[in-house]
Design a protein around this ligand. Structure first.
Ligand code: MLT
Length: 316
């Protein structure tokens, strides 16, 4: 059986698939060439990340396809219902990247409260000529310990964020449309474990009482954070989005930064990926990363092995 890997995949995943007897074709076929390529090579399964779109038209035009594998979490680039209705397996790896995404949230947060996003832009330009002025400009940092983090969405990544926050001595406020309460277990270096039961609260409570807010919901039809929600937040709040671009209203975010309502934002995802709005890219109060939440060696290895295991079980 032939598997086309179109957006990259870990070596461990490729090795596992080859060991499982699959022929792996690891190339990048342009979106408009995919249909031809899949049909010419009678591809049985395609593995994608977020770049390749696997829409109804492609699935319909490629009868050899039996499986679509998403090397990651979000399935918004795949017409899942259509694929499944037509007998294809659609699989993803919801567990594998949770820690990596959660750690990126804290990379943005630690950076934000000490102005690293801004300092890293200014120091190369003025670090030698205006050192004292810059030192003063960045002298009002704060600690995360003792502050309240609001988590919107309590799936696997939201839970990982809560674990790190608790470990740091933060207070945790969580809201979720479906979850009323859920346990999270902190595993320590010496084998000890501590379990906390987190009761979720209304979104309005999270908005009102959090020093920092981080978003962990899948792609939505509507924004979940707009001017209305910013209005309800604490003055000087920090906001992090490593989930999906379309859930945070970017124009309203820039306005909220300009008014001082939001002190800083950390963005890994953007409404108009892969060409984020220049107003975001140039904003000195925004810490920026190019959608790298799951981009660690550990997550990519786990993703590769987890997806390969599922493919071998389903098609092997
Ligand atoms: C995911 O959904 O797995 C992450 O956002 C990573 C990605 O899309 O590349």
């Amino acid at each position: 059986m032939k598997i086309l890997i179109n957006d990259g995949f870990s070596k461990s995943g490729i090795d596992a698939l080859e060991k499982g007897g699959f022929k792996v074709i690891n190339v990048k076929v342009a979106q408009n060439q995919l249909e031809n390529y899949i049909n010419e090579h009678t591809i049985d399964a395609i593995i994608v990340r977020s770049a390749t779109q696997v829409r109804q038209e492609l699935i319909e035009a490629c009868p050899s396809l039996k499986l679509i594998g998403r090397a990651g979490v979000g399935l918004d680039n795949i017409d899942v219902e259509y694929a499944e209705d037509n007998g294809l397996h659609v699989i993803n790896t919801p567990m594998a990247s949770s820690s990596s995404v959660a750690e990126l949230v804290f990379a943005h947060l630690f950076g934000g409260v000490r102005f690293l996003h801004s300092s890293n832009r200014e120091m190369p330009l003025e670090g030698d000529s205006r050192f004292k002025e810059l030192k003063k400009a960045y002298s009002q940092g704060i600690e995360l310990r003792g502050k309240t983090i609001g988590i919107i969405g309590f799936g696997k990544i939201g839970k990982e964020v809560a674990k790190i926050a608790i470990g740091l001595g933060m207070k945790v406020l969580v809201t979720d449309n479906q979850i009323i309460s859920a346990p999270i277990t902190l595993d320590f270096f010496n084998g000890q474990k501590t379990t906390f039961t987190i009761e979720t609260v209304d979104k309005s409570e999270v908005l009102k009482n959090s020093d920092f807010i981080t978003l962990h919901v899948p792609d939505q039809d509507n924004y979940i954070i707009t001017a209305t929600e910013f209005e309800k937040m604490k003055d000087g709040v920090g906001i992090i989005n490593t989930a999906r671009g379309g859930i945070l209203h970017e124009v309203d975010l820039v306005k909220a930064i300009e008014s001082g309502k939001v002190q800083f934002a950390g963005l890994d995802v953007f409404e108009t990926e892969p060409t984020p709005a220049v107003q975001l890219l140039m904003n000195p109060e925004i810490s920026l990363t190019p959608h790298i939440g799951a981009a660690t060696k550990e997550a990519q290895d786990k993703i590769g092995l987890e997806l390969a295991k599922q493919i071998i079980e389903l098609l092997g």
